[in-house]
Design a binder for this molecule. Structure first.
Ligand code: G3H
Length: 487
């Protein structure tokens, strides 16, 4: 509610994925500690957001579009002053390379500026009057109420902002839970929120979901759930709302995106794009390529070249020059990946690259596993880490069946230089996923394009323009037209 309070409650210690030697071996470095919100405090934050919205009559929802844009521009100005420290914290807290951390911050600023421009466009449209069948009307984009926004550790700043910013600028009030990993980086920004927006418009929480989010959802006072994470958690959260039909959900969830490399593919391009797709930020992206299907006739060549390229990726700490593979923030991840690799090996696959399968605490070497088949966990589970499973196929029905039977449907990348084959593959996949990439990796951006998914992969659409729609409704102010006012 825009206030700084004396903290007497508990703290959570924040560890870096970067390990340092200690008396008992390598340990994750302690970076600091964060106040942990209690259930009672989270309900107070909710009350602040509800009061600031005040049934749409609060200062923020009833402010002019120009007024809201001014506040947002001021926020950008304040946020830019914290650029260096936020980038540094992205590197320490989630081990993003300097290049990726810088990109995450700058992309977020660009996203806010693009959202401001998109709102100006949308507003120009709504200030026009339309006359249809004797009714003269103005279509207005109006807010929905209180938005609860949560996002994952892999884009702790950018992904929360892809829901937080459009929600705010459309006049909603917001509660957001800072990610478990990637939380300290919010501290340099909290004053910017406080100074740029009216009291109660932005409220920040940190803590255990069951303790702080469950009571909030159970009140039924949340109008929009904006969640980026797993479909299992999203479904659990939705169920907590007593009137789920009154809850709008904007969700970006599970994905195990496939690449399909046909015998007509340019293997060099397929290799370099699959490396980017599968191993950027250690494969910790919802849009990562997590299962590579390669045609039997080119499988050996593809796997050999891919293995060489994987082996050549520089591994190290986020600030090291040209580094590509860095430590993993989730403490349980190295063990989980190990289990998946062991499962695949026990069912007939092998590790292809020399350093594959090796790990030192949080630093897991990128690992190419081949040939993977339907019996293996790596065929089905979203590994979200630096393990690259390759499947051999003989007919295109095999990758198509995979996608048809999957519970998710986000993206696919197809690699072929045969135009006819590309056209057929587009038709095969375009109604199974929400984006088909041709001869390139899967990704969310450019942010101006719609970002969504089918089945358990998403609900609603994000991106600069689509998100403005997701966090508002088109309301109508209408009157009967008469001879005198019809124009
Ligand atoms: O983790 C999911 C992100 O939305 C992926 O974004 O494709 O820009 O890396 P990206």
């Amino acid at each position: 509610n825009g206030e700084c309070i004396e903290w007497e409650g508990p703290y959570t210690t924040i560890y870096s994925p970067v390990c340092i030697p200690g008396p008992d071996g390598l340990n994750r470095k302690i970076l600091g500690s964060v106040p942990r919100t209690s259930g009672k405090q989270s309900l107070e934050a909710l009350d602040a957001a509800v009061a600031a919205y005040n049934n749409g009559l609060g200062e923020w929802p009833s402010m002019s579009v120009e007024g809201r844009i001014k506040c947002m521009e001021h926020f950008v100005y304040l946020m830019l002053q914290q650029r260096n420290i936020v980038i540094k914290l992205l590197m320490w807290e989630i081990a993003k390379t300097l290049a990726d951390a810088t990109k995450e911050f700058d992309r977020t600023i660009e996203y806010i500026n693009a959202t401001i421009d998109a709102l100006k466009d949308t507003d120009r449209e709504s200030s026009r009057f339309r006359q249809e069948e004797g009714i003269i009307a103005q279509i207005r984009r109006t807010p929905l109420g209180v938005v609860l926004s949560m996002g994952p550790f892999n884009y702790p700043l950018n992904e929360i902002f892809t829901t937080l910013i459009p929600a705010l600028i459309m006049g909603n009030t917001v509660l957001f839970k800072m990610p478990k990993h990637g939380v300290l980086l919010y501290y340099p920004l909290l004053n910017a929120f406080k100074d740029a927006f009216p009291k109660g418009v932005v409220n920040t929480l940190y803590g255990n979901g069951a303790e702080i989010i469950t009571p909030i959802m159970e009140t039924g006072k949340v109008n929009v759930l904006a969640f980026i994470g797993s479909s299992k958690v999203a479904n659990g959260l939705k169920k907590l709302h007593p009137k789920v039909n009154r809850l709008r959900a904007v969700l970006s969830l599970d994905a195990k995106n496939a690449a399909v490399i046909t015998k007509h593919a340019d293997i060099e391009i397929a290799v370099s794009e699959c490396i980017l797709g599968a191993l950027s930020f250690n494969g910790q992206r919802c849009t990562a390529l997590k299962l590579l299907f390669v045609h039997r006739e080119v499988a050996d060549e593809f796997v050999e070249k891919l293995s060489k390229a994987i082996e050549a990726l520089p591994v190290g700490l986020p600030w090291e020059k040209d580094v590509r593979i860095t430590p993993l923030p989730e403490p349980s991840k190295p063990g989980y990946l190990r289990e998946c690799i062991v499962d695949a090996i026990s069912k007939g696959a092998r590790i292809v690259n020399e350093k594959g399968g090796l790990a030192e605490e949080s630093l897991v070497m990128p690992t190419l596993v081949y040939p993977v088949n339907e019996q293996m966990r790596l065929y089905h589970e979203e590994q979200f880490g630096p393990v690259v499973p390759v499947v051999i196929f003989d007919t295109i029905d095999e990758p198509v069946n995979y996608q048809e039977n999957a519970s998710h449907g986000m993206q696919v990348s197809i690699f072929s230089n045969d135009a006819g084959e590309v056209a057929t593959l587009i038709d095969s996949f375009v109604n199974l996923v929400s984006r088909v990439n041709i001869n390139c990796q899967a990704q969310r951006g450019p942010d101006i394009f719609p970002f969504t998914g089918r089945k358990d992969s998403a609900e609603g659409t994000l991106s600069v323009y689509d998100a403005l729609r997701s966090f508002s409704i088109r309301s109508l102010v209408a009157a009967k037209s008469t001879e005198t006012n019809k124009n």
